[in-house]
Ligand binder design. Structure first.
Ligand code: ADP
Ligand code: MG
Length: 318
C-alpha cells in the first residue's frame, strides 16, 4: 500500500464539518474561523518508548496524543475545531493502521475536533498532533494573570498519571477496578474543555498540568510575578490508588507526577463564590488547594508546617 492509498483508506474518513472548506487531499486544508474569533494553536509530539510504552496497543495511542494536545486548548478556554496529524511509522501495517486510526478518530469525534490534514513518513514510531481552536478576542486564560490573594484551584484528581506510569513499569500493583481506572486515565486523558470554557469568565490564570502540579504552577507564578502557598493535604487524589502507596509517595505523585492533564487555575476573591457555586451544583469538579502570594516561589505546607518535595516535576532535558 502506498502513502496516498494509506491516507485515503485510514485517515480521510473522519467525517467532515461545515467549517472545513477543503479537508484532507489537497496541499492545504482551508478552514473557516467563526466570525470575529481568534485562532488558538498548540502542538504535541509523543514518541514511542518515551510517552507511551513500545508495546502500547495502537488503538490507544491516538486518544492519548489528542487528549494531551486538546488539554492545552482547554487550559486557555479555547473551543476545539480541527487538528492535523504528523505520523512517522516504521512500516505500513494494515491492522496497526486500522486500529490506530479507529482510536484516533473515535477520540476526535468525542471532542468535536475534525482531522483535516497531516503528513506521513517512515521512521521510528512518533505521533504529532496539532490542534486548532477558536477564542473570542481577549476571552482567554493566560499564565500571566494571577494576582496575590487569588485562590488556587485544580480540577479532578492529581497523581493518576504517575500512578498509571508506575503500574505500566510494574512498580505498583492494584486491584482490577483501579487498574482499569488508571489505564483509562493514562490512555484517554479527558481534556477539561468544558471546565476551561466555563472558567474563562472568572479565572485570572490557568495552565494544564502535564509536568506535575508544582512545575506547572511554578510557570504560572513566574509568568505572573507572584508566588503560591499550597496546602498539600487539600490536593485531591484518587481513592483508586491512594491506599496502595505510603503517604510520601502519594504526595510525590500528586504534587510532581506528570501526565494528569487537569487544570490548575487561579480565581480572584470576588469570583470565588461563583466557582464554589458551580462546584456545589456539580457543574465543575474542582478543589481549592491554596492561594497566590506576592513573594515569588511555591511554598508547600502540611498542617501549618513547610513540606519539602524531592522532585518538582518532569523535564525532558532536566
Ligand atoms: P504534500 O506532499 O503536498 O505535503 P502529502 O502527500 O503529504 O501532501 O499529503 C497529501 C494529503 O494527505 C494532504 O492533504 C495531507 O494533509 C493529507 N495527509 C497526509 N498524511 C496524513 C495523515 N497521517 N492524516 C491525515 N491526513 C494526512
Ligand atoms: Mg508531505
Amino acid at each position: 500500500m502506498g502513502e496516498f492509498e494509506l491516507i485515503r483508506q485510514y485517515f480521510a474518513r473522519g467525517g467532515t464539518s461545515e467549517d472545513v472548506v477543503t479537508g484532507i487531499g489537497d496541499d492545504c486544508a482551508i478552514l473557516r474561523m467563526p466570525a470575529g474569533h481568534d485562532l488558538a494553536v498548540s502542538i504535541d509530539t509523543m514518541v514511542s518508548g518515551v510517552h507511551f510504552p513500545d508495546d502500547t496497543p495502537p488503538g490507544k495511542i491516538g486518544g492519548r496524543v489528542l487528549g494531551a494536545a486538546l488539554s492545552d486548548l482547554a487550559a486557555m478556554g479555547a473551543n476545539p475545531h480541527w487538528f492535523t496529524l504528523a505520523l512517522t511509522l516504521p512500516k505500513a501495517d494494515n491492522q496497526w493502521l486500522a486500529d490506530f486510526s479507529d482510536g484516533l478518530l473515535d477520540a476526535a469525534n468525542r471532542y468535536g475536533c475534525c482531522l483535516v490534514g497531516g503528513d506521513t513518513t517512515r521512521g521510528p514510531l512518533c505521533v504529532t498532533v496539532q490542534v486548532h481552536g477558536s477564542v473570542a478576542p481577549g476571552a482567554v486564560m493566560r499564565r500571566d494573570g494571577a494576582n496575590p490573594d487569588d485562590v488556587v484551584y485544580v480540577t479532578g484528581t492529581l497523581g493518576d498519571g504517575a500512578a498509571a506510569l508506575a503500574l505500566l513499569q510494574k512498580k505498583l500493583t492494584v486491584c482490577p477496578s483501579s487498574y482499569d481506572y488508571l489505564m483509562r486515565r493514562f490512555y484517554s486523558p479527558a481534556p477539561r474543555l468544558q471546565e476551561g470554557a466555563l472558567l474563562v469568565s472568572v479565572a485570572s490564570s490557568a495552565i494544564d498540568i502535564s509536568d506535575g502540579l508544582c512545575a506547572d504552577l511554578a510557570h504560572v507564578c513566574e509568568a505572573s510575578g507572584v508566588g503560591a502557598l499550597v496546602d498539600i493535604t487539600r490536593v485531591p487524589v484518587s481513592a483508586y490508588w491512594k491506599d496502595y502507596v505510603n503517604e510520601d509517595k502519594c504526595y510525590q505523585w500528586a504534587l510532581s507526577g506528570g501526565d494528569d492533564y487537569e487544570l490548575c487555575f487561579t480565581v480572584p476573591r470576588k469570583q470565588v463564590g461563583q466557582v464554589e457555586q458551580w462546584i456545589k451544583a456539580g457543574k465543575l469538579a474542582a478543589t481549592a488547594i491554596g492561594k497566590v502570594v506576592s513573594k515569588p516561589g511555591i511554598v508547600l505546607a502540611r498542617e501549618g508546617r513547610a513540606y519539602s518535595l524531592k522532585n518538582r516535576g518532569f523535564n525532558h532535558f532536566g
